[in-house]
Design a protein around this ligand. Sequence first.
Ligand SMILES: Cc1cc2nc3c(=O)[nH]c(=O)nc-3n(C[C@H](O)[C@H](O)[C@H](O)COP(=O)(O)OP(=O)(O)OC[C@H]3O[C@@H](n4cnc5c(N)ncnc54)[C@H](O)[C@@H]3O)c2cc1C
Ligand code: SF4
Length: 568
Amino acid sequence: MGNLNLKGVKENTYDAIVIGSGISGGWAAKEFTEKGYKTLVLERGPDVKHLKDYPTTNMMPWEFEHRGQLTSDIIDANPVVSKCYAFREDAMHFFVKDNDHPYVQDKPFDWIRGYQVGGKSLLWARQTQRWSDYDFEGPARDGFAVDWPIRYKDIAPWYSYVEKFAGISGNKDGIATLPDGEFLPPMELNCVEQYFKEKVASRYNDRHIIIGRAAHITTPQQIHLDQGRAQCQNRNLCQRGCPFGGYFSSNSSTIPWALKTGNMTLQPNSVVESIIYDEKSNKATGVRVIDTVNKKATEYFASVIFVNAAALNTNLILLNSTSSRFPNGLGNDNGLLGKYVAFHNYRGRVNAEYDGFKDKNSEGRRPNSGYIPRFRNVLKQETGFLRGYAAGFGAWRSNQPANGWGNELKSALLNPEPGPWQVNSHIMGETIPKEANRVSLDSSKKDEWGIPLMHIDMAYDNNDEDMLKDYFEQVSEMFADAGFTNIKTQDSKQAPGLDIHEMGGVRMGRDPKTSLLNEWNQLHQCKNVYVTDGACMTSTSTQNPSLTYMALTARAVDHAVRTMKKEG
Ligand SMILES: Cc1cc2nc3c(=O)[nH]c(=O)nc-3n(C[C@H](O)[C@H](O)[C@H](O)COP(=O)(O)OP(=O)(O)OC[C@H]3O[C@@H](n4cnc5c(N)ncnc54)[C@H](O)[C@@H]3O)c2cc1C
Ligand code: SF4
């Protein structure tokens, strides 16, 4: 495609271009604009303005046509996205529907996407744990993937930096595998969760039950009030968009902050087709963009480009950025672009009941849950599988169903009988990046904007199966030890993807022969292109990844700005 915008080169030139306005792109926008750089943020989806564009945020359950549920028509039309727990009547407008943006599943892969300003930051479950050196040293120690070019000390100050602005609630638990952060006051474990914590602590010195660290403002600080955000009200309706800005989203936090500087141009409905590379300078000069509404193509230019389209779409953009110098995709001299993608194994659950605490009940809402940090294969290899798993944990009590007719039913409804305590855990397993797990472009099928469709070819392996078995055994044993009964394990057998933590394909590393990005997230072969979303991840850890994307992004912008200043 030629430059269809010859006249407008000057007016289409910025200091920085950021592709994508989700969790990582929002941070890139904030950092560049705050430092005085004119920044163009290109977002393929429509605008979603904080407060104004949250149509369901204050609706009562009875105001929804289907009381919050999905109709069978919607499920039939969306066999993939309807599997996501958050795809419900109140939030489905923020999810990509299956037929709108097709892709090719070489093996089953449930690709969950949010195409709008804010991306999936509107939809996420806000769990925000730091990684530790047990994660960054994992590939080198256990001999898989390639060594991370950074360690915890390189990113620790940036975790602090983003945590203070975003607002992360948590408890300082002092656990080596899960470094403490700059926490707002923690939410609380309930009585059964606290009981389980004590039971586990009395038997194991390396297993911990803690309250999740979550991006909720439990006590606003001045920096949050300055963003126009307020204390979380525990409504637990976050996926609708929060009218209080109680949780961190790009829409409530980084994007309006960047707009306030006057340095950001936010351009929704603009899908980046590819990055333009100039052989003479060995630099990227800009991007080719298609307007999703009128399909007009335009080129935009900048000194530095941040690719933050979310892991798989970032792979797609780079694979589609071909030139005579890079016929297989930008920076792809080693042929590894799109390979070694990985994800989290969320297949397993353990459910049980507890007969104690009959005088206590759970009431109200808590947009968070308990968390069991990784305890397997931490200090030494103790199982037949590599790496380990973290787990979610929660307990609650619900009422027995109200039965009967007439007065009997009325009385049962007015005097509900609490049932036994329910306890539940789910696995968050680290999967090993493998060359065979990859994404690529279809050679002929294109989307309605002329961009090749993505092929996704990812699967579990024996390591994942063995890990799942161990999780069932260990958590069942811990539950039994605590006196929980009716313990049931459940393998959902869900396809990869539903974890929504896909990572890799443009991995960081020390050696350009085996990695695509250096320690600052620059493409080894085209240094003014930075990738700081999940695509950059060399391995996946057991922690939720988005806090790490935020910290890497802020760190990379700092590096880009220092480099631009040096180069004049
Ligand atoms: C239900 C749910 C629960 C989750 N829970 C957690 C959790 O508890 N903790 C956690 O860490 N993570 C969680 N996640 C994952 C988290 O949302 C993602 O890791 C995070 O949003 C990724 O940030 P990102 O910037 O890479 O991508 P996104 O936030 O998805 O943003 C990418 C943006 O790029 C845009 N884009 C894509 N392609 C193009 C293109 N070609 N041109 C222009 N724009 C483009 C998209 O429209 C989108 O707006 C959850 C996700 C979901 C859906
Ligand atoms: S739980 Fe907190 S963050 Fe979520 S919608 Fe309610 S007030 Fe907002």
